[in-house]
Design a protein around this ligand. Structure first.
Ligand SMILES: O=C(O)COP(=O)(O)O
Ligand SMILES: [Mg+2]
Length: 221
């Protein structure tokens, strides 16, 4: 049977918050504005770069300036793409993807990160060779929590399966797509684990192949 598994990117496969925080503060310094804390930056992640910069603009009191958002977003994207050197894979990701491949899984990605930095990260970490279908924030006219990008990736893989992510947005997206959600608890969620609807949860990637095998095994039985 088809075993599709689709992943979220930030806070799930890669820990990118240190770079998103760094790039935001490079922009704020260039504008002579106060920096934001790491916890603020982390709490702004989940709905894509445009929303992250919206939150940055609000937090430094520039919400009334209509030019602030496009200017800061442009600077932010250039800075973030120029040097994402602090970003790391979560421990065990590559081993887990190799084991999922051996289980016969067809794997894809559905992220709210824009296409350009998504592909830079996938290539840099060698994730691109495992992922047969990808939807980023700007692949379709809508992004998560709209279920359309996730449904498109599942369709490109050949049919519905599991969605693996770290956030409220991911849980909502899976629910709206009618798919079981697998929650990685070590990412950027803001609410307690029990408040996010999920079928399975894991805190280390070495647990995921077992969850996937159990899920599809039960369907086959
Ligand atoms: O860039 C973001 O805000 C979120 O990205 P993600 O969907 O990969 O978690
Ligand atoms: Mg995420």
């Amino acid at each position: 049977m088809l075993k599709s598994v689709v992943f979220d990117l930030d806070g799930t496969l890669i820990d990118s918050a240190p770079d998103l925080h760094r790039a935001a503060n490079v922009v704020l310094r260039s504008e002579g504005l106060p920096e934001i804390t790491f916890d603020q930056a982390r709490s702004f992640i989940g709905k894509g770069a445009s929303v992250l910069i919206e939150r940055v603009v609000e937090s430094v009191g520039l919400a009334d300036d209509p030019e602030a958002h496009p200017r800061l977003l442009g600077k932010f994207m250039r800075e973030y793409e120029r040097d994402p050197a602090l970003t790391v894979l979560y421990p065990g990701v590559i081993d887990a993807l190799a084991r999922l491949e051996l289980l016969g899984c067809a794997m894809g990605l559905c992220t709210n990160k824009p296409e350009a930095p998504t592909h830079i990260a996938l290539k840099h970490f060698g994730l691109d060779r495992h992922l047969r279908a990808v939807a980023s924030a700007d692949t379709l006219p809508v992004r998560k929590p709209d279920p359309a990008p996730l449904i498109k990736v599942m369709h490109d893989l050949g049919g519905p399966g599991l969605y693996v992510g770290d956030s409220e947005v991911d849980a909502e997206t899976a629910e709206r797509a009618g798919l079981p959600f697998v929650l990685f608890t070590e990412g950027y969620r803001k609410s307690p684990v029990e408040d996010l609807p999920h079928a399975y949860a894991f805190d280390h990637w070495d647990q995921l192949p077992g969850i996937v095998a159990q899920h599809f095994g039960a369907l086959e039985a």
